[in-house]
Design a protein. Sequence first.
Length: 78
Amino acid sequence: MDDIRRILRDCAGEPDSVSLEDDIGTISFEEMGYDSLAVLEMAARIQQEFLVAIPDETVSELPTPDAVVGYVGPRLAA
């Protein structure tokens, strides 16, 4: 989750509606104020840093940081 926070800050900055230091796992990216472009940028950074591809169509199915961690985690081990 710390990597997701860092990547979100790098891609789109700190949201106005919530602190990234809070428990953000179940808060949707939309509720945090991140638009689809910021989420796509996050997915691209994850691919660059962790070599785990998140297809564009899958990004829209991952509405929260917990969902992203749940998607990426098992693929890191593989």
